[in-house]
Design a protein around this ligand. Sequence first.
Ligand SMILES: C[S@@+](CC[C@H](N)C(=O)[O-])C[C@H]1O[C@@H](n2cnc3c(N)ncnc32)[C@H](O)[C@@H]1O
Length: 297
Amino acid sequence: MLRIFELDEYIKKNQIEIPKNDEFEKLVNNLAYFQNAEGNNEITNLNYERGLLLYGLIKKYHPTNVLEFGTAKGFSTLCMAWAMSEVNDKGNIFTIDYIGYDQKILHHYKKSDQIHKKIATRENLWQDVAPSSWLKNVKVLTGYGANVVSKNKFPKIQFFYIDAAHFYEGVKNDFFLSLTLSDSKSYILFDDYIERPFYGVKKLIDNEIACKFNVDLIKIDKSNYFMNNGITKSQYGMCFLEVNKNEMIETFGSENVRSYLKKFQRYEKRLRYRNNLNRKIPFLKKIRFSKLLKSRS
Ligand SMILES: C[S@@+](CC[C@H](N)C(=O)[O-])C[C@H]1O[C@@H](n2cnc3c(N)ncnc32)[C@H](O)[C@@H]1O
């Protein structure tokens, strides 16, 4: 069943601790701004409230090991690392992204009420805002999710944050990977439950998870940006659920999970290859190979 909550209501109901205002604002100003792909391309900190929730959930459930799919600039990683440093000195946060730690990216940030931009690596950004007590247990893993998981050994994970590939098959892959890496009991938080093209979290939650298990949809964006701007007609938020590993694997079928993951790994391999090729020879981006092959056959 999908249970829907406003963020404030959820925080109050579950006695979730929120971070200190000044420090949180510093993180938001330094890491949560980005150029919005839709509308007028404004630079915004939309959805920054996810940091409050991530901090609070780590403090409440104090996992030993966390796995995050999708680091980006690391706003979410650092909100979790901050909470982790306060609850579990030995905790690990594994975070996966195909954008490398030392890769230069365009970065927007807010200073003295103005938005600025610069080129920086995630490593530079983190050095500027995070104390070593937060960073010491963050393990950065670079690569595509399925490939990284298959090539590394992980301890049992008690908390997952799924926020990398957003298309249905990709989100489902990260969900199934989470089930296989889960401790006997764990928690999963998904970002971006929304009805919009190329986003698959809602489809997965509505059709495959919330019809069998309780899922909390937490409406984090108080400005209601996506609905007010006509981008979606659906509710928007993050989905949180508790996982009992055996029960969930049994429900989805261990053989089904295994074969799905294998199939996705093959798909991801082709995607990696294609994206690497596009990076090296940018004009190839415009060519759809599948169409070209079909027209010749
Ligand atoms: C929405 S951003 C993550 C935001 C971050 N979790 C936060 O809340 O601040 C998604 C990130 O996932 C990465 N990503 C997308 N697909 C991926 C994949 N298949 N494997 C690894 N990283 C992926 C992108 O490079 C991007 O940085």
